[in-house]
Design a protein around this ligand. Structure first.
Ligand code: NAD
Length: 412
């Protein structure tokens, strides 16, 4: 099954913004502003190949700066296109508002298969991306971070290129290596946050955390740390998958031993399933932590989890979301569930600006308590408006961004 379906991810985000705007009785013009992107930049990136040049397309979309500098990752993936980047930029605006950090939203990407790039090619691409976009970046303008296909090493190259052009400013990018102005705790922050949100959801529904069964699609940055976090909290991870396929053990996988393998293809396990088939395994908690649109019209009827915690951005299409809720599943939306990453980026950014490093224990304490607070606030709004958690999260976030927009008087 291809994760890429015909849905337009930007339209899907904007449906939720419109709905939240209606609950909040915002004027139609304000809703239109909140649905538009402030700036969209499309660049071409010539990449040296053996005896020729290949031209790649790169993007930076800045959705909103109403609440602070724009913030968002850079994705290297063959499916990246303008509508996907717009959707992800918009989600960042709602995510940063929901968890109440002083950022707006942005996202970047390059349409390229990261798994086929050498380290030198990856460096060449990110340096070129940075040179072409330096005029719209900066620690008080727009701060990139890693996403699918990019990592802390990529962010180190970005920072280095930025420094060459604009001078020393480590807060210009987050998700850097700990040895190079990164923050201890940032790398694990998204997955750790996902695990804590899973536990908070079980608690809210008076279910036992210990022994709750967990299935995870995606075993990269988010999936790995979500698996470790769930295990640490006493849950039982029974299946995980990456692009090479899935591994299953109903008695519980040994997550740490799986981490020793470059991909799950080389892990020694009794039972294997397809990369997408893991989504259909019976479990308490399902964590899609790979691509968007993986739960859709084609497979929604086969999803058996009681609780779905969205580690990836937009893993469930709108129609699948409706069908799952009708069938009684509880879905914790991406803008809440995976917001630990941008929370961690906020901690890194503030530490860089203050030139002061927190111990990892403080990072984790702050992350856990702020994630729980965001979950509690979202739950309260869902009760107040009698709506699902996704609608509640959008109501809370849209209300905060609309308020900032109004107070700033940006129309004048
Ligand atoms: P990553 O590149 O580190 O890992 C992606 C994982 O997905 C890999 O294990 C890959 O093998 C797997 N994968 C790819 N295609 C697959 C398929 N068809 N079936 C099963 N597995 C597949 O990426 P990441 O940083 O972990 O990001 C994953 C998702 O989480 C993305 O949607 C991203 O936008 C979102 N996210 C990431 C962060 C972060 O801090 N990294 C923060 C918020 C949201």
């Amino acid at each position: 099954m291809s994760a890429k379906t015909s849905h337009n991810p930007f339209d899907e985000v904007n449906e939720k913004v419109s709905l939240a705007g209606e609950f909040l009785k915002l004027k139609p013009g304000i809703i239109e502003v909140l649905k538009s992107c402030e700036r969209e930049v499309v660049i071409s990136i010539p990449l040296r190949r053996e005896d020729d040049v290949e031209v790649l397309t790169g993007y930076r979309v800045q959705h909103s700066s109403a609440r602070g500098p724009r913030k968002g990752g850079i994705r290297f993936h063959q499916d990246v296109d303008l509508n996907e980047v717009r959707a992800l930029a918009s989600l960042m605006t709602w995510k940063t508002a929901l968890i109440d950090v002083p950022f707006g939203g942005a996202k970047g990407g390059v349409a390229v298969d990261a798994t086929k790039l050498s380290s030198i090619e990856k460096e060449e691409i990110i340096r070129r991306w940075t040179r072409s976009l330096v005029h719209v970046l900066g620690h008080h303008r727009d701060i990139p971070a890693p996403d699918m296909g990019t990592d802390s090493k990529t962010m180190a190259w970005l920072m280095d290129e930025y420094h060459r052009l604009e001078g020393f400013q480590p807060a210009c990018v987050t998700g850097k290596p700990v040895e190079l102005f990164g923050a201890p705790g940032r790398e694990e922050a998204t997955g750790r946050g996902v695990a804590h949100i899973a536990a908070a959801t079980l608690k809210e529904h008076e279910k036992k955390i210990k022994g709750a069964t967990v299935v995870i699609q995606g075993f990269g940055n988010v999936g790995k740390f979500a698996a470790l976090g769930c295990e640490e909290l006493g849950m039982k991870v029974i299946a995980v998958s990456d692009v090479t396929g899935g591994v299953v053990n109903k008695k519980g996988l040994d997550v740490k031993s799986l981490l020793l393998h470059p991909t799950l293809a080389s892990a020694e396990v009794d039972e294997r399933v397809g990369a997408s088939e893991v989504l259909e395994i019976e479990c308490d908690i399902l964590i899609p932590a790979a691509l968007g649109g993986v739960i859709n019209e084609e497979n929604v009827k086969n999803i058996k989890a009681d609780f779905i915690i969205e580690g990836a951005n937009q893993p469930i299409t709108s129609s699948a979301d409706r069908a799952l809720r009708l069938a009684g599943a509880v879905i914790v939306p991406d803008i809440l569930a995976n917001s630990g990453g941008v929370m961690g980026s906020y901690f890194e950014w503030t530490q860089n600006i203050q030139e002061f490093t927190w111990p990892i224990e403080k990072f984790r304490r702050e992350l856990d308590s702020r994630m729980e607070k965001a979950f509690g606030q979202t739950h309260k709004v869902s009760t107040k408006y009698k709506v699902d958690l996704r609608t509640a999260a959008f109501i809370l976030a849209v209300e905060r961004v609309a308020k900032s927009f109004e107070l700033r008087g940006s129309l004048v």
